[in-house]
Design a protein around this ligand. Structure first.
Ligand SMILES: NC(=O)c1ccc[n+]([C@@H]2O[C@H](COP(=O)([O-])OP(=O)(O)OC[C@H]3O[C@@H](n4cnc5c(N)ncnc54)[C@H](OP(=O)(O)O)[C@@H]3O)[C@@H](O)[C@H]2O)c1
Length: 283
């Protein structure tokens, strides 16, 4: 039976844009109360005002860098204050990407993307899981990973590594919490029309690694509302992984079974998109 969401609460990080904003709106549409978390207050406030004007659910905002020390505690405390002590669901979605060849990487940039995409999300789900367990409460913990958790693309090694780490983290938590009433799910979107591509271009800093997102074939491009609807379906009917493209899921399975063939297919696509796939002189 589908779980009722009306009156439940959810924390959505990365709610100022894209998948997070769409998911927050979709959850509020079901009657859930949402804590919107990100760094840009104007965006969060505009979204909260819209939700509070038109949706059944309520929205509150928290401005914070998810990678700041003690951010998870601050986020969970703020949610419990806003929601009369309730903690039902968390969607750790804040994240970013950039495109750069592995040989051009810097330790600082790899650490920073892991801080935001992996460590912050893992810490938030861990801390939420602890609180739920201590109280004997049920709950739902979700993390926005990617289809790139299962295979990589040239110039997206650091990004894909954070997404694979998220996937592994959710898989372990899910098994550890089996039977406790706490569900854990990873979400695996394909290319989604959001600000993500602009951020990739900005963060890549002209390192000779063109963003692939503009040249992804149409069947691999979707709207953020599609991901949001899939997250809401998962909240109603829990499942281990949320996929929004059968083709991408099949491709991920194919690459696990035949990685050599998979490499050749990806290299062909990447070459067409103008990405670096072979040896070239250092610059
Ligand atoms: N778009 C895609 O093609 C795609 C595909 C697969 C997976 N994903 C994943 O989907 C998630 C959402 O991305 P999106 O596509 O919706 O991109 P987006 O439109 O750029 O949204 C990213 C969100 O993350 C927030 N954020 C980034 N760094 C943060 C930090 N340090 N602290 C707090 N908030 C932070 C941003 O808010 P502020 O800037 O206001 O802080 C923004 O709300 C990411 O985890 C991404 O990896 C995206």
């Amino acid at each position: 039976m589908a779980r009722p969401l009306d009156g439940r609460t959810i924390i959505v990080t990365g709610a100022s844009s894209g998948i997070g904003a769409a998911t927050a709106r979709a959850c509020a549409g079901t009657g859930m109360s949402v804590l919107l978390v990100a760094r840009r207050l104007d965006r969060l406030q505009a979204l909260a005002d819209g939700i509070n004007r038109t949706s059944r659910g309520r929205a509150d905002v928290l401005v914070i860098d998810v990678a700041a020390p003690e951010a998870s505690t601050a986020i969970l405390d703020a949610a419990e204050r806003a929601h009369d002590g309730r903690l039902d669901a968390v969607f750790a979605n804040a994240g970013y990407g950039y495109a750069r060849r592995a040989v051009d990487e810097t330790d600082a940039d790899i650490r920073r993307i892991f801080d935001v995409n992996f460590f912050a999300a893992a810490s938030l789900l861990r801390e939420a899981g602890r609180r739920l367990l201590e109280r004997g409460d049920a709950g739902h913990l979700l993390m926005c990973s990617s289809c790139l958790s299962k295979f990589s693309l040239p110039c997206y090694g650091a990004y894909a590594a954070t997404k694979a780490a998220q996937d592994a983290w959710c898989g372990a938590m899910r098994l550890e919490l089996l039977g406790t009433g706490i569900e854990v799910a990873s979400v695996h979107p394909i290319t989604t029309v959001t600000e993500f591509g602009d951020v990739v271009d900005r963060q890549s800093g002209g390192a000779g690694a063109p963003s692939l997102s503009d040249r992804v074939p149409r069947p691999f491009v979707q709207s953020s509302d599609r991901v949001a609807r899939a997250v809401v379906r998962c909240l109603r009917r829990p499942r281990p992984e949320v996929w929004t493209s059968v083709v991408a899921r099949a491709a991920a399975a194919g690459m696990t079974i035949a990685p050599g063939l998979g490499d050749r297919a990806i290299a062909m696509f990447a070459r067409r998109a103008g990405a670096v796939t072979g040896p070239r002189k250092a610059h």
